[in-house]
Design a protein around this ligand. Structure first.
Ligand code: AMP
Length: 289
């Protein structure tokens, strides 16, 4: 695996590869590093479906709010390179902030509507930063396919819509959430949790499992489901709910009928959660139908 910090050098290498492999497909996995098995699963999938796999590691300041964890976001470039290599990446792109933003960026990619709810409501401007950096990375790498985890299901919906609206020549490939043996979704932020918080954090996945059972009940509505999930999460004394939402997916609208909640009938439904443990905000979701 080769590592690049320079956009020019990465582009040069990609140009050479495309010349030598005119029919070859390029797969791309954008990340913020501090990689875990969730990231590795995306890299392995890309490896299986493409001739060349590019992984980016870039902690994007544009998608962090002023009081968020940009400065203390965990970083471990050597371990990241080892995980990328092991998972089958061919090129690792790890630019610094100056390389990505040599000037203050005054051009942004904003996806409306999908971004004013869930994490977009809790983290104003977050998805503008995501849309902008992902479109920059797409222009740099020009992948045929790009791999995103459904752990960040709203992000998948936003990127898919951005690619569609802007006619970006890339296929967005959503990938399943990888979990710890006890069900907690893998996240780079899990390292922030104390032992006690970590133990209680399983309540997110448990609540989503319960939601699946409750969804099967005839007569359940979105508000009732939401209430039960909120009550269930309340069993974890350290959990502070940021949001619990039941919406259609991928358009993220309130479901308009009870029938829509019934799996297999009507549209897909997402149950999405954001819960804080101390200063650590965890998200999880499940999509039904
Ligand atoms: P991040 O480094 O958190 O920006 O994540 C980079 C990519 O990895 C995103 O597409 C995430 O959705 C995906 N990802 C993060 N955690 C997981 C997980 N537990 N399972 C699958 N994909 C994940």
């Amino acid at each position: 695996m080769l590592t690049y910090t320079s956009i020019r050098e990465l582009r040069e290498r990609l140009r050479e590869w495309r010349e030598a492999n005119p029919k070859g497909k390029v797969g791309f996995v954008p990340t913020m590093g501090f990689l875990h098995e969730g990231h590795a699963s995306l890299i392995e999938r890309s490896r299986g479906e493409n001739g060349l796999t590019v992984v980016s590691v870039f902690v994007n300041p544009l998608q962090f709010g002023p009081n968020e964890d940009f400065e203390r976001y965990p970083r471990d470039p050597e371990r990241d390179a080892a995980i990328c290599g092991r998972a089958g990446a061919d090129l690792l792109f790890a630019p610094d902030v100056r390389e990505m933003y040599p000037k203050k960026t005054i051009t942004k990619v904003l996806v409306e509507q999908l971004t004013d709810r869930l994490c977009g409501a809790s983290r104003p401007g977050h998805f503008d930063g995501v849309g902008t950096v992902v479109s920059k990375l797409f222009h740099i790498v020009q992948p045929d396919r790009a791999y995103f985890g459904l752990k960040d299901a709203q992000q998948v919906a936003v990127i898919e819509r951005m690619a569609e609206d802007l006619n970006l020549p890339v296929e967005i490939v959503p990938c399943p959430t990888v979990r710890e043996p006890d069900g907690l979704a893998l996240s780079s932020r899990n390292v922030y949790l104390t032992a006690e918080q970590r133990e209680q954090a399983v309540v997110l996945n448990e609540a989503l499992g319960k939601a699946e059972e409750w969804l099967a009940e005839p007569g359940i509505d979105a508000a009732g489901l939401r209430e039960r999930i909120v009550a269930y999460i309340g069993r974890a004394p350290l959990a502070v709910i940021d949001y619990v939402e039941v919406l259609t997916y991928p358009d993220l609208q309130p479901p308009d009928s009870v029938a829509a909640l019934h799996i297999g009938r009507g549209s897909r439904i997402i149950v999405a959660l954001a819960v804080k443990f101390g200063g650590t905000r965890l998200i999880d979701n499940r999509i039904f139908g």
